[in-house]
Each structure stands twice: as C-alpha cells, then as structure tokens.
Design a protein around this ligand. Sequence first.
Ligand code: ATP
Ligand code: MG
Length: 351
Amino acid sequence: MKIAVLPGDGIGPEVTREAVRVIEALDLGIELSEAPVGGAAYKAKGHPLPPETLALAQASDAILFGAVGDPDCDALERHLRPEQAILGLRKALTLFANLRPARVFAGLEGASALRPEIAAAIDLVIVRELNGDVYFGEKGFRTNAAGEREGYDVMSYSTSEVERIAHIAFRTAMARRRRVCSVDKANVLETSQLWRDVVIEVAKGYPEVALEHMYVDNAAMQLVRNPGHFDVVLTGNLFGDILSDQASMCVGSIGMLASASLGERQTAYGTFGLYEPIHGSAPDIAGKGLANPMATILSAAMLLRHSLGQAAAADRIEAAVARTLADGILGRDLGGTAGTTEIGDAVLARL
Ligand code: ATP
Ligand code: MG
C-alpha cells in the first residue's frame, strides 16, 4: 500500500505532518512518499505540479493532500499559480467524484448554524459529480429575437457519467447506513430525468441499499429542517456545489471538514483517490503551530477506508478524534486553545 503525501503550502505541511504521524502509528505497513506541490513546488522546481510529483501520485494507491496557496505567488501567470496544482491533479487522474462528509462530533453542536439538537443528528456524506453538468456544457452569449443580449449554459449528463458517480454513491452507502438520497429536479429538467432513470438502474445492483429521490429545493429545506434524515446524498455538479457548502455550515467549523475526490480507477485495495481538508493554506496562521489538524486527520481516515480497504483502522482514527474532542481538546477554530502538535499528540494518545 502506497500513499503519496503532498503537503503543499502554508498550514498544509503542519496539518499533514499530524495526519502522517497518525497513519504511521497504526503500523499497517503503508509506504509513505512525500513530494512538493503548489507554491512550494514552484519555488523548488519552477512548476506547481512538477512531473515527478504527478508521477509519484500516479504510482500510488492514494494521495494525502494538504493545501495550496501562497501569497508570494500572487503575481505569477495563471498556469504557474499554486491553485493550478489541485486542478491539474483532478484532471490528470480523472477524479470525478467529490465526497464531503458532514458530521457533528459530540461537544461541537454549538459550532453549527443550526439548533444543537438538530445539529447533533447530522451524519451524512454528499457525493457530488465534478466533471459534467452546466459548468462544462456549451455556453456563450447571443442576441435574442428582441435584439437583447442573452447568456446561456447548456446542462447535460451522459448515461455513463451518471452511472459512474452513482456507483460511487452506492458503494459509499454500503459502508454506512445503506441509504442513498438522489437529488435532482426531474419535474422540470430532462437532464434530471435521465439522471433519475440511470440511478434507478444502477440501484438494482445494490439491493441492500434503500434509494429515494428528492427535488433539490426540497433537499435544501430538509438539510436544515431534518438533516438527520440523510445518509448518502447523491447529486450533480451544480446542485452538489450548493448543497455541500450548505451542509458544511450546518456542521460549522472549517478545521474539522474532510473530503475525498475519487475516480474510476481501482487499486488492489479499493478506489484510487485524493484526500484533503476543505480549508485552504491559511497564510495568516501558517508557521505558528495554531492550525487545527483534525480535518486532515479525518481525511486520512477516509483514505484508509476508501482507497486502502482499511475500514477498521479508519474507525479507530475517527473514534480517537471523537474522544479528543469530547475531552475538550479544541483548536482555535472551535474556540479552544490547543495547537497543532498538541492536538496530534492527543489523538495519538487515544488511538
Ligand atoms: P482557499 O482559497 O485556499 O480555500 P481561503 O481564503 O478560503 O483559502 P482558508 O485558508 O481556508 O481560506 O482560511 C480561512 C480562515 O480560516 C483563515 O482565517 C484561516 O486562518 C482559518 N483556518 C483555515 N483552516 C484552519 C485550520 N485548520 N485551523 C484553524 N484555522 C483555520
Ligand atoms: Mg476557500
């Protein structure tokens, strides 16, 4: 089992170091290799995603990614900016599925934008398609019959695009509470009608999973009214963009949220993927030992579960994180005072 560790910029290396310590402590025989990415790679090698870094990523079973973004690089041409590294990795590795779990750990209900008793019930994953939909269809400006300027963006999905994201959602549900809620707008959109037809077909291969369909407007409402209803939420690029940000605020704190980007490629142990915290490089606190590493540690747990088939190890990490939080060891983003290494030490002690 091989993991490519790409720490990146700002707090990226600080939070990644703690996640690596946690993986190493589990003693699973995993080979970890590090390479520069983002501004750090530009400074060392002249490019945010050097060929050696991409080659290492391709030769691994999974990628643990910190964060990219460096104010020193603001004046560079677009293709040399640190942010291009993550876009380049997603494209080169065809990572078309974005998974964002939202869960409120005991003791953190107060960080949510929702009432604590509603927040406490949140334990869901949004599975968002990343490579299709209205963002990638034909688009442009034209003059309409009345001589007015008009903008347009074509929404479309092909059968195979929906199939591959649906399989990821059903596989994810199999390892959880076995419920998929597919979100669309099939009452008015043909794209959504196709989406729904394909999801129903794919579902036949997963008889243990309960499937329901929900219109996106209702889903947005239920996510606030009764978020405990959801297990896996499967949706397209546009609706997923909006619902995943909505869900992250239902949980509350940026330093706690993990993510996975998956493709179709299967490794010997699971699905190849890239795992990263949802926060950025946080230049304002970089180098000060203040960053909360929990989002990256939870990303490492997702990596073990989805890419390396190590569900028991992932459960252990999540349990250790939960216990650390319940013991009141909280980072700055949660109103606490614990530093990066202190939080890492506390998780290790509870493993
Ligand atoms: P990007 O464009 O890369 O997403 P951003 O401008 O959205 O970056 P972040 O880097 O995510 O910003 O930081 C937003 C704020 O949250 C900053 O004030 C930062 O210090 C804080 N922050 C981000 N991550 C953490 C963390 N892990 N622990 C504590 N504070 C954090
Ligand atoms: Mg951001």
